[in-house]
Design a protein around this ligand. Sequence first.
Ligand SMILES: Nc1ncnc2c1ncn2[C@@H]1O[C@H](COP(=O)(O)OP(=O)(O)OP(=O)(O)O)[C@@H](O)[C@H]1O
Ligand SMILES: [Mg+2]
Length: 345
Amino acid sequence: MEVIGLDIGFGFTKASNGKRSMIFKSVYGEASELQFKEQLLTGADQEEHLEIEIDGTSYFAGELAERQSVERFHTLDQAQFVTDFTKILALVPLSRMVGRQDPVKLVAGLPVSYYRKHKKQIVDILKGQHEVTVVDQNQERTPTVIRISSVRVVPQPFGAVMNMMLNDIGEIRDRRFLDEKIGVIDIGFRTTDFTIADHTRYSERGSRTLEMGISKAFTSIASKLQESSGVTVELYRLFDAVDAGSIKIHGKKYDLTLIREHAFTQLATRIANEANRIWANDWDMDKVLVTGGGGRVLAPHIEKLVKGDIVAQEDNKDTRLANVRGFCKYGKRLWTRGSNPPPGR
Ligand SMILES: Nc1ncnc2c1ncn2[C@@H]1O[C@H](COP(=O)(O)OP(=O)(O)OP(=O)(O)O)[C@@H](O)[C@H]1O
Ligand SMILES: [Mg+2]
């Protein structure tokens, strides 16, 4: 039996079994047979070949789809994301992380505000047997059966809380968490989730989704680029450029640092205002954890604006993985620790 945390985000899909994690862009496309696939220069980043055949159709996922699929799919619409993306984006990492027929117990997340609406749908899509074929870069095909025996869906930022509170085998890491009231701001690509863990209990009142994430800043950067270069750059192609502070379009370099600063400051201000507003009565919070991939990039802007003792996550950790690590720890607590009840549920 394998316990796996799965966080299908609008920006990145993340999966973890506690020992190993996978992360790739939440983009897929139709697979094509690559005629020539030698790396032009050795030493260049070896990208993972994520190819899978489901119900007779082959798909590329992640960077491979971005580079090689003629038609690529990426969405920022929640309903469409659940119906058209969940299955493919889930089966890609599962087909690589679990053995044939090995029963999988899965913990997956949904944004706080979509939790009720889509929870059952996610379970229905994922639970059961999935016959798929993994295709490697040499077109070697390995059929496998993914057997998902249990699916537990939780509100996304609950993962970051569990990651902080539990150790790798799902036990409380530090008794002090039992007495604390902790706010979490999970900034993702499309959504920002707010939640409060009060003495390890999930607080419905302090939990909210703001339909605003890093993609909001990317949209204004893309529209400025459209004005200056005439090219419409898809949002999911901006990660590296925004990080680097410049982009080359048709051989010309465009500086992004000023517009990035402006867009991030504006976004951080709106997120901070929302936090201060929904937590106005929660002045007794011990600390506020800023997490999610967007948490890392916005932390310097947000720290000054949100009221309370802000803790950003450790520098050397990829904050995009905080939720999925927590999902996995929570799964271990649920399913591999015997009969002890999990905290707060
Ligand atoms: N190493 C990195 N590579 C790419 N993006 C990164 C990296 N580190 C942080 N980021 C930021 O992380 C963001 C994505 O964060 P995250 O993976 O938490 O979002 P998501 O969960 O996919 O989105 P959502 O929660 O809205 O569904 C990107 O927009 C980018 O700004
Ligand atoms: Mg997320």
